[in-house]
Design a protein around this ligand. Structure first.
Ligand code: AMP
Length: 369
């Protein structure tokens, strides 16, 4: 991650990927133009690295010139494009190829076409290294595209954020969701994770995802996922990682605007914890803390048997299944304490006391994250 002015950016497109996108463009354009000697027109400032690499790879004779337009002010493509350096040579009858570093809203293309409307060029070809299909609002045809990218602000390889970042040899993408708070509520079955998650969800306006609840919902609705999960849950065993991870990822994706998540019952294995990190990374975010509710085994068994009288959960009703769930926890899940402790993200709390007491203990931790 890098910081430019007040914003953070993460690596997005490597030098190798840029290089192969440029090689692809060179192949396409040289095939398209045949033996014509083109005039490549780079749009300054952003395209200087692209034009340089492009013409070095171009296999046939060509001319190179630049025009200078200003389109970005900070992070937003501005309505007003200024022509700072115009055309300095006569292009009548020539095949002109515009080399743009990036096309997003298309405002620069509008200006380029206005400039070339009065030039009697033989052909005007538009080529861009990066293209944002979701942002493009103009009708001008773009003949050659190096790479499609999402509508997120990028810097590097000639592109800047308020003049910084042009020198970077690779592309970085802005990080926009740094503010999310993501908490893993941890502890053995019966520790009170579900009960506390509801209070924390409401207090901090977070999305609560309980994998156990999602499985139970699927069982109730007799989905294929539910049928599969039931065979494991009824024995108190863990559902296989692949199934659980895919389900969790879909639940997270459903809540694109969340301020953060409380994960309850997930992760339960190291593979799940690793995939959760990857998933958060794709959201430009991370797990802030694992907060564990520590409760003695005998109390857990009593609590679960008590809950089984009303919960209707088959896995709460039978003492041997409860013991199996607790043993699964110690065998497969408890190791995650070290996984998060090694990152200084583990907070262990006493999970015995009134519901209010425990909520207060949890808030004390979350408020300092
Ligand atoms: P819970 O409601 O969290 O106690 O979960 C009930 C049951 O759902 C567990 O005993 C497992 O069979 C299954 N389950 C819930 N979350 C997971 C998970 N993260 N990985 C594997 N199995 C899970």
């Amino acid at each position: 991650m890098i910081k430019l002015h007040d914003k953070y950016f993460k690596p997005f497109i490597s030098s190798e990927e840029i290089d192969s996108a440029i090689s692809k463009l060179v192949d396409q354009i040289s095939t398209d133009l045949g033996d014509e000697i083109p005039v490549f027109v780079g749009i300054l400032n952003g395209s200087f690295m692209f034009v340089s690499d492009f013409v070095k790879k171009y296999p046939k004779p060509c001319e190179v010139t630049f025009i200078k337009l200003a389109s970005y002010e900070g992070l937003k493509s501005t309505e007003d494009i200024q022509r700072l350096i115009g055309l300095t040579q006569d292009l009548t009858g020539r095949t002109v190829v515009i080399l743009e570093d990036i096309i997003d809203s298309g405002k620069t293309m509008f200006e380029v076409h206005r400039i070339f409307k009065n030039e009697k060029v033989k052909r005007l070809v538009i080529a861009t290294l990066f293209y944002k299909p979701q942002a493009y609002k103009e009708d001008f045809k773009i003949h050659h595209i190096g790479m499609n990218i999402p509508d997120k602000f990028i810097v590097g390889f000639g592109l800047d954020y308020d003049q910084l970042g042009r020198d970077l040899p690779e592309i970085y993408q802005i990080i926009t969701t740094e503010h999310m708070t993501n908490i893993v509520l941890f502890g053995p079955p019966g520790a009170g994770k579900g009960t506390q998650a509801v209070y924390l969800r409401d207090h901090y306006d977070l999305v609560h995802i309980s994998t156990g609840d999602v499985f139970r919902y699927n069982i109730k609705n007799e989905t294929a996922l539910g049928l599969l999960a039931k065979s494991y849950m009824d024995k108190g065993e863990l559902v296989p990682d692949e199934v659980t991870i895919n389900m969790l990822s879909a639940e997270v994706d459903k809540n694109a605007d969340a301020k953060g998540f409380i994960f309850d019952g997930f992760p339960r294995t190291k593979a799940q914890a690793e995939s959760l990190d990857e998933l958060m990374n794709t959201k430009d975010s991370k797990i802030n803390a694992m907060i564990a509710l520590e409760v003695d085994d005998n109390i857990l068994i009593q609590r679960l048997l008590e809950r089984g009288k009303t919960s209707g959960r088959p896995d709460d009703a039978d003492e041997s299944i409860i013991k199996n769930r607790i043993s699964e926890y110690y065998q497969k899940t408890a190791v995650l304490k070290d996984f998060y402790a090694n990152q200084n993200k583990y907070f262990g709390l006493d999970g015995v006391g009134t519901i209010e007491d425990i909520t207060t203990r949890l808030k004390l931790v979350i408020d300092i994250l």
